[in-house]
Design a protein around this ligand. Structure first.
Ligand code: PXG
Length: 463
């Protein structure tokens, strides 16, 4: 491949990157030793790197580029908005048209009584808002002692102090003195790893009832909310058994616990409906949104809030909370245009009725590969649990993640972005991926699985 010439040579870019740029969730020493892949441009579902390689992005960036790359309409809207009003704040009894228009659009789009939005710049910030908002709400109801938030081990809710505390990632809690007080955790509904001999349905109920047990243990009068992703994303695309969400909903209703549904990944079409809450029949009191809200073209997130919560806190004075970029006009305009495209191009319906089922049928067949213990998928979120022994759903003897990383490296070499979480391989492609590109995706996955299988057999790791 010929190198693109309008920038420095790759090695020089990598050296500057390693010298000055601290990367998220990365080791500086590793980046220095090996260099980061430099992405130069993208179109549709394809990235181009600094060596001119064309890479199929089966992660939609970081689960966010739902409408695919290279949509000029979003660039045009951003340019127009920057010229008209590049910035103004929404504090101090001030507002502007893009924030108003997006708030109204979201109120119409999001199901149920979630007719109010508190804007943030990201999913993490929105979840920080949620922590303060639910505690403020209960204080406004004269129940200030209701402040514990229950979450789940292996959940991901962001990287700010609040977001990472809500998350259940032990590697994150181990750094920086987390979690903050009054966050509690139950186990995730991961039948593949933890279900043993239970049926998925029994296991789903069992895991949901941990919430009821936790409420009994801590006291209903101490608990503000339960937070969860409809499908855990960063945790490895853990798709819950069908019994799980109805039971969670029942428990939250029965015990006067607010339900915060984190739709940062599942929202805006990812599961084949506009929201994961629709796919699983969930009725949230608060919904966290980000990522697909703007398809990643501009940083924006928010909390969708029920009438009951918004009305209650409206009557107890100021909510002393907000971000410089809450409702940023350019980000809001870009998000609106993104939502217009998703709606007018029937992107959600296409995922639900055509491309989703097409991908699912091929993805499920990967379950027959000798390296794959289970292939699971909903909409455009899929996982392959790698295993040396399908029938036992056994983990590998090697350290968790060893085989996943080998597979991920083969994917990289085969110009496919497929992530690994431990020994689960995960995809979350742009929602606009065509059937032709799905075929290419599957071909590259099979090739990478074959190469991984051969290598780990040769190295004595297939056990
Ligand atoms: N909630 C969920 C469910 C997420 O997936 C956030 C909140 C935080 O959003 P921001 O915009 O603050 O990043 C996320 C983000 C990964 C990975 O490794 C996933 C996310 C972020 C970074 C890495 O899969 N999701």
């Amino acid at each position: 491949m010929s190198a693109i010439t309008n920038h420095l040579p790759t090695a020089q870019l990598q050296a500057l990157d390693a010298a000055h740029h601290m990367h998220p969730f990365s080791s500086g020493a590793d980046i220095s030793a090996n260099g980061a892949r430099v992405i130069i441009s993208a179109d549709g579902v394809t990235l181009t790197d600094s060596e001119g390689e064309k890479i199929l992005d089966a992660m939609a960036g970081l689960w966010c580029v739902n409408i695919g790359y290279g949509r000029r309409e979003l660039a045009d809207v951003a340019a127009r908005q920057m010229l008209q009003l590049p910035y103004y704040n929404t504090f101090f009894k001030t507002t502007h048209v893009p924030a108003i228009a997006l708030a109204k659009r979201l109120a119409d789009l999001v199901p149920g009584p979630l007719n109010h939005v508190f804007f943030a710049g990201s999913g993490s910030e929105a979840n920080d808002t949620n922590i303060r908002l639910v505690r403020h709400y209960w204080a406004a109801k004269d129940k200030p002692e209701k402040k514990i938030i229950i979450s789940r081990h292996n959940a991901y809710h962001g990287s700010t102090i609040g977001g990472a505390s809500l998350g259940g990632m032990s590697g994150m809690h181990a750094q920086g003195g987390l979690p903050i007080p009054d966050i509690s955790y139950i186990d995730e509904p991961n039948w593949y790893a933890d279900g043993g001999d239970s049926s998925p349905d029994d296991f789903g109920l069992e895991r949901a009832r941990q919430l009821e047990a936790k409420i009994a243990e801590l006291g209903e009068d101490k608990i503000a909310a339960f937070i969860a992703e409809p499908v855990q994303g960063a945790g490895g695309v853990i798709i819950p058994p069908a019994t799980y969400w109805p039971e969670i909903q029942r428990i939250c209703d029965a015990h006067d616990i607010l339900l915060i549904v984190d739709e940062v990944i599942c929202g805006f079409g990812r599961t084949g409906n506009w929201f994961g809450s629709e796919t699983y029949g969930i009725r949230p009191d608060i919904m966290t949104i980000a990522k697909g809200l703007s398809s990643g073209y501009a940083p924006i997130g928010g909390s969708m809030v029920s009438d009951e919560i918004a009305d209650t806190v409206a009557n107890v004075g100021d909510f002393n909370h907000g971000y410089t970029y809450s409702g940023h006009p350019v980000a809001s305009a870009v998000a609106l245009e993104n939502l217009r495209i998703i709606e007018e191009e029937n992107i959600v319906q296409t995922v639900r009725d055509e491309t989703g089922p097409y991908l699912a049928q091929k993805w499920k067949q990967l379950g027959d590969h000798p390296l794959v213990g289970e292939a699971d998928i909903v909409g455009m979120m899929g996982a392959l649990a790698l295993s040396p022994d399908k029938s036992a759903r056994a983990p590998f003897a090697a350290d968790k993640g060893t085989i996943g990383l080998i597979c991920r490296d083969f994917c990289f070499a085969n110009n496919l972005v497929m992530r690994h979480v431990g020994d689960r391989m995960i995809i979350s492609p742009p929602l606009v991926i065509s059937k032709g590109d799905i075929d290419v995706l599957i071909e590259r996955v099979v090739k990478s699985l074959d190469q991984t299988y051969e290598k780990i057999k040769a190295d004595g790791l297939f056990k």
